[in-house]
Design a protein around this ligand. Structure first.
Ligand code: ATP
Length: 272
């Protein structure tokens, strides 16, 4: 298995993000991604997961968002001034939520667009295309199909495969399970694990599906309303009573917010 307690590859220190100059969405988020690890960023709708990933990959500008406080270090260097293409050249790539394939291009053409920042020649790119097809045999079968006509699962595979074509060291993967049947979700996560272990690619993955994410990740952070409310090894989070109760659906009361935990606990004590 990949080294889970490895050196820090990516470090987000106390960042604040504001949209449209007024909407404060991240209120001091800090996290670390270990080299060679899978780190899960968990939380419900609107918790700030996508915003955190976009802050790292410098994609906020197009949404009138900006990091107004804090630092982001990649391999020990500040990367906030880099544009997304420069970050891709450094080895950091984001797979956006919603799969975002080029609908009018074939699956293979989509995969090849992932290699556009590379300068290491055709042979290396062809070898990586085969590497991607090795992980995603389904994409090889569908390589001449127009991506827009492939299934949701195939489009997710295509989006991840295209990211791998840039030869990344780190993939920021936004909600890979979204809208997919449980069996397909499992299949996608198995591939993420295999890529992590065989290619040494590190992952920061944003997920609402806490259950599946904590089974494949090594470390996890739970975000609520723009703040990290809990962090730890995936194994410890899986065993944590609050996580079980509020995120793994093991509560009779249904899912609640960590912010409610204190008053909820008080109420429970009071009622018992
Ligand atoms: N471009 C934007 N302008 C203004 N507010 C935004 C923008 N994008 C996101 N937000 C707000 O920021 C908050 C965090 O959104 P974000 O998409 O980061 O959450 P998330 O945890 O990824 O949720 P989801 O799983 O629903 O995508 C939400 O309240 C959202 O409405």
């Amino acid at each position: 298995m990949a080294e889970t307690a490895g050196e820090t590859l990516l470090e987000v220190n106390n960042i604040e993000v504001i949209y449209n100059h007024v909407i404060l969405v991240l209120k001091g988020v800090s996290l670390k991604v270990a080299r060679g690890g899978i780190t899960a960023l968990l939380g419900g709708n609107g918790a700030g997961k996508t915003t955190t990933l976009k802050a790292i990959s410098n994609l906020l500008q197009s949404e009138r968002g900006e990091v107004t406080k804090g630092t982001i270090l990649y391999e020990g260097e500040r990367v906030q001034h880099l544009d997304p293409a420069a970050l891709v050249r450094r080895g950091v790539i984001q797979v956006m939520e919603g799969r975002h394939c080029f609908a009018h291009l074939t699956v293979e053409e989509n995969l090849r667009t992932g290699a556009y920042t590379r300068r290491d020649g055709r042979t290396a790119i062809e070898a990586d295309l085969e590497m991607v097809y090795g992980y995603f045999p389904r994409l090889k079968e569908r390589r001449r199909s127009q991506a827009g006509y492939t299934s949701g699962g195939e489009q997710q595979m295509c989006a991840i495969g295209r990211a791998l074509m840039s030869r990344p060291k780190t993939v920021l993967l936004d909600e890979p399970s979204m809208g997919l049947a449980p069996q397909l979700v499992e299949q996608i996560f198995e591939i993420v694990r295999a890529v992590n272990e065989n290619e040494g690619v590190s992952f920061l993955l944003a997920e609402q599906n806490t259950n599946v994410a904590l089974r494949y990740a090594h470390q996890g952070y739970i975000l609520e309303s723009g703040r990290v409310v809990m962090e730890g090894s995936a194994a410890a989070l899986r065993e944590n009573d609050d996580v079980k109760e509020f995120y793994l659906g093991m509560s009779e009361e249904g899912r609640r917010s960590f912010r409610d935990v204190r008053s909820y606990r008080r109420r429970k004590r009071w009622l018992s």
